[in-house]
Design a protein around this ligand. Structure first.
Ligand SMILES: Cc1c2[nH]c(c1CCC(=O)O)Cc1[nH]c(c(CCC(=O)O)c1C)Cc1[nH]c(c(CCC(=O)O)c1C)Cc1[nH]c(c(C)c1CCC(=O)O)C2
Length: 356
């Protein structure tokens, strides 16, 4: 494998000294980029794009051609796993993801299959190895998965949800079934991330997008417990380097101390938590990733730059911060505003890394 030319993202996740704060954006390859929309149109639809390694690689690299980003993220989706377990994923234009089959009873659960990483999910591993080859050591590649709880909500609801009616009902009325589902998902996710690491992923992120919808006690029992199990099951070394793990519970600011005990190297933060506060609460245990409100990118470039300055100041001196948005970039953002954002981080952050 080619030598990595830019490792400040991997170093910051391990709190090793860096020359400036690294940056990438959640959903950095996506609809706000006209070139993404063009490639997706060529693929036909989103799922065909995910399943074509050359086109998935092409869109992964698109934001790197435009901006000085410090990491690439695999172009795929968290819903590849439930799809491969037999639920039949499809997207209806403007309506988000849907499943043909839902899991609401023991009978439904019994129908779930255990997907093979070199078969049903082989297309994801092909995308990872193709992207690694084309990146040619420019920046590290991030692999990812959804958390068991987040995937379970899609499998139980049959798609996106606002109130998690069926998932919450199962959690409180049939916790044994919920635990069986979460445990099976955790097992599949361990295989999935280990296969991504074997194919070339150099860091991995667990997206717990809906962990914040859980009650205080339920979060530990139904989400964090299973993410901790996953972290313990990962091969944490590849190509002679540690493979850092990032845990991102959206809306999880109140649980940072507990999350820091999960074994993860870094925690992702949304914009509702102060970085200064988060840093003092987790101490030296983990690095932090985040946390600008993605909607700030609707503002003028001067304002975006000011906001970046504030967030850098909140984290303060030293390594252990990966700049990011607090959630995915919105589809209506002007790509020039994303550019102003990334350049502000590049220009304003070196002063926070003077004691190397
Ligand atoms: C919950 C979730 C999903 N997918 C994902 C999450 C967790 C992150 C989060 O909390 O947002 C993760 C994801 N989805 C996608 C990526 C690609 C990598 C990246 O650039 O970050 C990643 C990391 C591509 C995508 N995944 C999807 C798109 C849009 C599809 C399109 O091109 O129309 C992309 C680029 C589709 C998708 N996929 C999902 C939804 C709800 C939707 C539709 C909503 C929407 O339209 O934004 C499920």
């Amino acid at each position: 494998m080619t030598e990595l030319q830019n490792d400040r993202f991997l170093r910051a996740l391990l709190k090793q000294p860096v020359d400036r704060t690294p940056i990438w954006m959640m959903r950095q390859a996506g609809r706000y980029l006209p070139e993404y929309r063009e490639t997706r149109a060529r693929a036909g639809d989103f799922l065909s794009l995910c399943k074509n390694a050359d086109l998935a690689c092409e869109v992964t690299l698109q934001p790197l051609e435009r901006y000085p980003l410090d990491a690439a993220i695999l172009f795929s989706d968290i819903l590849t796993i439930p799809d491969a377990m037999g639920l039949g994923l499809y997207f209806e234009t403007g309506e988000g993801p849907k499943f043909r089959q839902t899991i609401r009873s023991e009978q439904d659960f019994a129908l779930l299959s255990r997907p093979k990483m070199d078969d049903e999910l082989g297309y994801v591993m092909n995308a990872v190895s193709t992207i690694r080859r084309e990146l040619n050591g420019r920046v590290p590649l991030i692999g990812f998965t959804g958390s068991p709880w987040t995937l379970a909500t899609y499998m139980i609801e049959g798609g996106s949800s606002k109130d998690f009616r069926h998932s919450k009902a199962m959690l409180y009325s049939n916790p044994a079934l919920m635990h069986a589902l979460l445990d099976q998902l955790a097992e599949v996710i361990i295989d999935y991330l280990n296969a991504q690491i074997a194919a070339g992923a150099q860091a991995v992120q667990i997206f717990d997008s809906w962990g914040g919808a859980l009650s205080h006690r339920a979060y530990t029992e139904f989400s964090l417990q299973y993410m901790t199990k996953i972290v313990a099951g990962l091969n944490r070394e590849a190509e002679g380097r540690k493979v850092p793990v990032i845990l991102f519970t959206k809306g999880g600011g109140q649980w940072l101390e507990a999350m820091a005990e999960s074994g993860a190297d870094a925690l992702g933060l949304d914009w509702t938590t102060s970085l200064a506060d988060a840093r003092s609460r987790v101490g030296d245990k983990v690095a932090l990733q985040g946390n600008m409100d993605p909607s700030v990118l609707y503002a003028k470039p001067e304002y975006i730059r000011q906001e970046v300055g504030q967030i850098l100041q909140e984290y303060g001196q030293g390594s252990g911060h990966v700049f990011n948005l607090g959630h995915g970039i919105h589809q209506f953002v002007d790509p020039d505003h994303a550019k102003a954002f990334i350049e502000a981080v590049v220009e304003l952050s070196p002063q926070y890394h003077t004691q190397r």
